[in-house]
Design a protein around this ligand. Structure first.
Ligand code: SF4
Ligand code: FES
Length: 394
């Protein structure tokens, strides 16, 4: 086993990285959405409402090309994500390309399709790390949120196998109104399965989560309780479990540096090869996205119109433009700014200096106090509307 929380420390520089400084340096991380297909239907999925179809997906050879190009411009970490990446029958080939390219590989999975045998094979090929998402650890609630039965037991098995096989392990727990009361049990679960890191991530309200916002926003009091629970657990579990805590934006006073700043550190490639600065970038009107099938990755990173759109500070408006925090949070999230203010270049409304901040905070609190509507579950064909209540599970 890799011991302790340090197993997730940054990997060494990619063997293939050359001196290449298109924008400071190339992306540190590449998020490869291998497919949008998924057996789960989480109502806060960050995939677009218009999911990409299987017949448009990049082949394993095309992904291999992308990985080699990413490594050559300095990328270190590769997140094999989705949808559910293990639905790809050629995941092993895709992973082998990534390992050859010298990238640190993280499989971001719901875990429900994995067998021990397949995970062991992936570990043999060179997989470094597994990130298991949990919708909840209370089985009935998990089934309801994911639209999938029996996930918790499977996730527990896969997480344990990952540790037995010597893989790094993160548990990712998106937190919202319908699982927030179970945070202590989620922390216990992460300890029980031997995870090195737990992401307690209050969800971001774009894509499917925006459609389901009224069913997902917790009250301010519940949010504040999670801050206390995580602080206590951090102290108690020092040296056992590392925590990443993503705050809830409606109750924040400062925004997050979304994606580490636009076009600064990550690149997302969709199943069909569109290169995006963040996974919700397609919600921004007027941006055009290059495809890795048409243009070299380094050029896209350096010159692509979408990557250039919100780099640096030229695009900023007041109050960001003259704010001393602009080099820390880069003005927050462009996608949230657009969704709330109608202007992608506006200050993120999570910031207390935004003209929309009070209205944004009030919206969170007001919606959280109303009865939760049924979920609109994620599905191919968009959010037109197949609502299920707890009594209508598949
Ligand atoms: Fe960040 Fe802009 Fe708010 Fe300043 S005004 S803290 S740069 S979002
Ligand atoms: Fe797109 Fe934050 S999700 S910039």
């Amino acid at each position: 086993l890799r011991d302790g929380p340090d197993a997730f420390s940054p990997p060494p520089l990619s063997q293939m990285a050359k001196s290449y400084a298109p924008f400071e340096r190339g992306p540190a991380g590449l998020l490869a959405e291998l497919t949008h297909r998924c057996p789960l239907q989480c109502p806060y999925c960050s995939n677009p409402l218009d999911l990409e179809r299987a017949n448009t997906e990049l082949t394993s050879g095309e992904w291999g090309d992308v990985f080699r190009q990413a490594a050559s411009i300095g990328a270190l970490q590769l997140h094999l994500s989705g949808g559910e990446p293990t639905i790809r029958r050629d995941l092993e080939e895709i992973l082998a390309h990534a390992v050859d390219a010298g990238l640190y590989t993280n499989l971001v999975t719901s875990a429900v399709l994995l067998t021990r045998e397949r995970l062991a094979h992936l570990a043999e090929i060179g997989l470094d790390h597994v990130q298991v998402s949990v919708q909840d650890v209370v089985p009935e609630s998990s089934d309801h949120i994911s639209g999938y039965e029996g996930g918790v037991a499977k996730k527990r098995d896969v997480a344990r196998w990952a540790r037995e096989l010597g893989l790094g392990l993160t548990i990712n727990a998106p937190i919202h109104r319908q699982n927030v009361d179970h945070l202590p049990q989620i922390i216990d679960f992460a300890v029980e399965v031997g995870a090195q890191r737990l992401e307690v991530a209050h969800i971001q309200y774009y894509a499917w989560a925006e459609v389901n916002r009224a069913a997902l926003i917790p009250t301010r009091e519940k949010f504040l309780a999670t801050v206390g629970i995580v602080e206590e657990a951090k102290k108690r579990l020092q040296g056992v479990l590392n925590f990443d805590f993503v705050i809830h934006d409606h109750y924040a006073s400062r925004p997050k540096a979304c994606t580490g700043g636009w076009g600064r550190s990550i690149m997302v490639v969709t199943p069909s090869g569109k290169a995006l600065p963040c996974h919700a970038a397609q919600t921004l009107p007027g941006l055009s996205f290059d495809n890795v099938r048409d243009r070299p990755l380094g050029e896209i990173w350096r010159d692509g119109a979408a990557f250039q759109a919100f780099r640096g500070e030229e695009w900023m408006q007041e109050p960001c433009r003259s704010c001393d925090k602009r080099g820390v949070d880069y003005g927050g999230c462009r996608c949230q700014a657009l969704a709330v203010t109608g202007d992608a270049a506006a200050t993120d409304p999570a910031c207390h200096r935004s003209a929309h901040h009070e209205e944004f905070a009030a919206l969170g609190q007001n919606e959280s106090l109303l009865p939760a509507p049924p979920f609109v579950y994620r599905r191919l064909g968009g959010a037109e509307r197949k609502e299920k209540t707890l009594d209508q599970q598949p």
